[in-house]
Each structure stands twice: as C-alpha cells, then as structure tokens.
Design a protein around this ligand. Structure first.
Ligand code: BGC
Length: 470
C-alpha cells in the first residue's frame, strides 16, 4: 500500500516539472501568435501602412524572434554561473514587464522595444526550461516532457488566437494577457530549488542531494537517491575535465549530428510556418477572405488544427518512425503551399476554398512532423559530451531563421505577392524531402548509446536506420 501511495506522491513532482515545461512553451507560443490578432487594429491605431511601412512592421513583428536569438545566447552563457532557476525567474519578470510595456506602447518604436524585451525572455526561457526539465526529470519521463513542451507551444499559439478573438479590436489587452502565464511561471519556479545537477556543479553537494531527494519525494537516505546522486557527481567530475567546444561540434565524429539538427531547424523555419503563425489573418485576407471576423475565426481554426495534429504526431512518432513521418510532413507542406500559391495567383472567388483547404493541410502536415521532430531529434543525435552545446546551436538556428522569415514576410509579399512567397516556401519543402531522404537517420527505437557508438564508428549517420531495420 505504501508503494502505491509513494508512486502517486512521486508523480506530483513530475506534474510540477511538466507544468513548468508547459508554461515556458505556452509563453513561447503566445508571444509568437499574439501579433496575428493584434496587427489589424495596430495598423489602424498607429497608422501603419502594410505596403509603405512593410519594413517597420516586419521589424516590430520580428523583434520577438530577434530578442529570442539574443536571449538564447545570453542565457546559454549565464546558465552555468547564475543557475537555471534564477534565470527562469528573471525571464518571468521580463515577460511581465514586456507584456505591460507593449500594452501601454504609444508608437511603433516603443512597441518594437517591448517586443524585443519579451523576445529576450522567450529566448532565455525556451533554453532554460528544457534544461531544467532534463536535469530534474527522471530519465524515463524525459521524452514525454519534450513532447509536452511542443504541445504547449501550440496551445500558447491557440491561446493567443483566442485572446485575439475575445478582445476583438483591443490590442492593448491582447498583449497584457501575456503577463498571466508569466506570473504563474514565476510562482511555480519560486517554489522549486535549482536542479541537483547545477547545485552539484557549483560544489554545493549537500543542497544538491537535498534537492534531488525532494524532487524524487524520497528521504535522502533512500538507496535510489544515493545512487542517482553518485551518478550526478560522477558526470560532473567528468565534465570538469572536458568541456565540449565548437571544434568538437564540427569534428568528423559530431558533424553529421550537427548537420541533421541544424538542417531540420533551418527547414522547419524556411517552410514558412511562422509567416502563417504570426500573420495568419493577413494570409487569409491575401487569399481572398474579405471580412475581418472571418479572418480571425479562420485563424483560430488554424490554431486548433495545429494543436490536434501535434497530438496525432506525438502518437505516430514511435510507430511510423522519424523518417517516414518527416517525408509525409514535407510532401504535405510542399503540395499545400503550391495549392495556396495557385489560389493566390488567381483572383477567382472559386479558389478561396482551395486556399483554405491548402492552409489546413499545410498546418496539419507541419504539426504532425515538422513541428515536433526537430526538437525530438536534436535531443537524440548528439553524443552526450556535445549535447548541451549542440542543442544551443540548433536553437540559435531556430530563432535566427524564425527572425528572417517573420521580418522578410511583409517585405517579400509587398514585392512578389503571396503566390511568389508561398511558391518559395514550397521549394524549401521539396528540399526538405531530399534532405530527409539522404541525410536524416532513423533513430526510432535506437538507444542513445547506440547512436553515439555509430557516430564514433565513422559510418554515415544515415545508415543508422538502415542497419537497424535490417
Ligand atoms: C517552431 C515554432 C513554430 C511552432 C508552431 C515550433 O516547433 O519552432 O517556430 O511557431 O512550432 O507550432
């Protein structure tokens, strides 16, 4: 009986950690998606012209991913000295400050600055939360928690769309709502200690052991706690002797993993997803939907499809394998983007339905594979000693190209029209098919140690799946 009680109790901590993952992911998604509903009233209130002010509008919108890029660099550098907990607390404070500043902004410049602050917080939190989770969660639950994080991103985007719908024309309230998950994140993190691994790294052994015992909800004298603590100490001692460097990342052993992780994020972003996530109502308008209410409603529909298909993707990942799922995803996005481009190029009302069907298929194909898989694979392909550094470089690629797409979208649309821009994204998705076919290994059911042995053997990474399947 006490075992049953223990396991139910032991789960509480996992729920708490999952909630932190969820809140950080939700903030990531909310701050990406909120601009979609806010843009039309903003254009009206601040007198932004989508054609002549395209670059200023792009900069203001893209200030979030740009800030996130910087936040990820700074967060990565400060993580060792300041600790995961303290950085998450600071990020939560910045989230609240940025949300209030953007709600009160009087013009484009203040708004861009406020969004830069929010972006910075997103970058720090989006880096610290997965680190906090992977250093606190029991090994068995790590994968599940990575998926919860991606699901939370999509729920945050949906939440932003719902807020956009609920507050109708009031962009100030839309931005202010971003403070709510941030306050919850602050309260949640405040109640927790830093991770046992970070405390051990700082030489605070007694605190590390106490934190571990608390997280496992067992007494410090418990043999399982002692064994896990000894493992952490051994790993910390090993790390001290050897720090991964950029030279390690590009060495022949690790390079194939770096190419897969960076390549998948590059393709994920250049598939144009955030042109749709940030500018959905504009995309609907350009595809021929004239009423503002229809545009916002269709946008919320996009948010729902994104969430539901992410759940479907999570269920399929271990059944179909990574490669097949990615091939399906890139094929679906390439075809649907092509269809939208055709519909947008032709002004006929009959093609509106094609544009809508295209957008739904596009989001579904993205969410089932191209959304979650880069996150999952970046946590699988790197050898242990290079995992943290590799993951931070991969997330910089994610934010860097997120910025490029979001900034360039209004400018490119003003120049080439929606058809031209979506045609370009379609070509990238075709390249994604080739990239997957030739370079992405099948890691489904392969242990992390086996992946690491394979990298060390010098055989092409892509053969991993083939050998495994044979
Ligand atoms: C991407 C985000 C994107 C989101 C959409 C994530 O995996 O990294 O840039 O907005 O998926 O659901």
């Amino acid at each position: 009986m006490s075992g049953g009680r223990k396991s139910a109790k032991g789960k509480r901590m996992i729920y708490l950690i999952a909630a932190i993952a969820g809140l950080a992911g939700a903030l990531f998604g909310f701050d990406e998606g909120v601009i979609a509903g806010a843009l039309a009233p903003l254009r009206r209130d601040l007198g932004i012209d989508p054609v002549t002010d395209a670059a200023a509008e792009g900069l203001m919108t893209a200030a979030v991913p740009f800030g996130a890029f910087i936040g990820a660099i700074v967060g990565g550098r400060l993580a060792a000295a300041a600790g995961r907990r303290k950085l998450l607390l600071w990020a939560a404070v910045l989230f609240v400050g940025g949300a209030l500043l953007s709600a009160l902004a009087g013009g484009l410049v203040t708004l861009s600055l406020a969004r830069l602050v929010i972006g910075f917080a997103v970058g720090v939190a989006a880096m610290m939360a997965p680190l906090y989770i992977s250093e606190s969660a029991p090994a068995k639950q790590r994968g599940m928690l990575v998926s919860i994080y991606q699901l939370a991103i999509t729920l945050g985007i949906l939440g932003a769309y719902v807020v956009g719908y609920a507050f109708d024309e009031n962009w100030r309230w839309m931005f202010a709502m971003g403070a709510v998950p941030a306050v919850l994140l602050f309260a949640g993190i405040f109640a927790m200690s830093d991770t046992p691994r970070w405390l051990a790294m700082r030489g605070r052994g007694a605190e590390a052991k106490a934190a571990l015992a608390r997280m496992r909800e067992k007494p410090e004298s418990d043999p399982a706690v002692a064994a896990e603590y000894a493992e952490i100490q051994a790993a910390v001692a090993e790390d001290e002797g050897r720090k991964a460097t950029f030279a390690d990342l590009v060495s022949p052993r690790v390079r194939p993993a770096l190419i897969v992780a960076m390549g998948l994020f590059l393709l994920q972003q250049l598939s144009g997803i955030n042109a749709v996530i940030y500018y959905a109502p504009t995309v609907f308008q350009l595809s021929g939907f004239d009423s503002a209410a229809t545009q916002i409603l269709a946008t919320a529909g996009i948010g729902v499809v994104n969430v539901l298909m992410t759940v479907v993707g999570m269920m399929l990942i271990d059944r179909l394998g990574r490669r097949l799922l990615l091939l399906i995803g890139f094929a679906g996005t390439a075809v649907s983007l092509g269809a939208i481009a055709i519909a947008a190029a032709t002004d006929s009302a009959a093609l509106d339905t094609l544009a809508l069907a295209g957008l739904v298929l596009y989001i579904a194909s993205f969410a089932i594979a191209i959304g979650p898989l880069p996150w999952v694979m970046m946590s699988e392909v790197f050898p242990l000693d290079c995992r943290a550094l590799g993951m931070s470089i991969a997330s910089l690629v994610n934010w860097g190209f997120n910025f490029i797409v979001v900034f360039s979208f209004p400018v490119l649309v003003a120049e080439f029209g929606l058809a031209g821009v979506f045609g370009l994204y379609a070509v990238v998705c075709v390249a994604g098919l080739a990239f997957t076919q030739w370079l992405v290994p099948e890691t489904n059911g392969v242990s992390l140690e086996e992946i690491e042995r394979h990298l060390r053997s010098g055989r092409p990474l892509r053969e991993l799946g083939r050998l495994h399947a044979a």
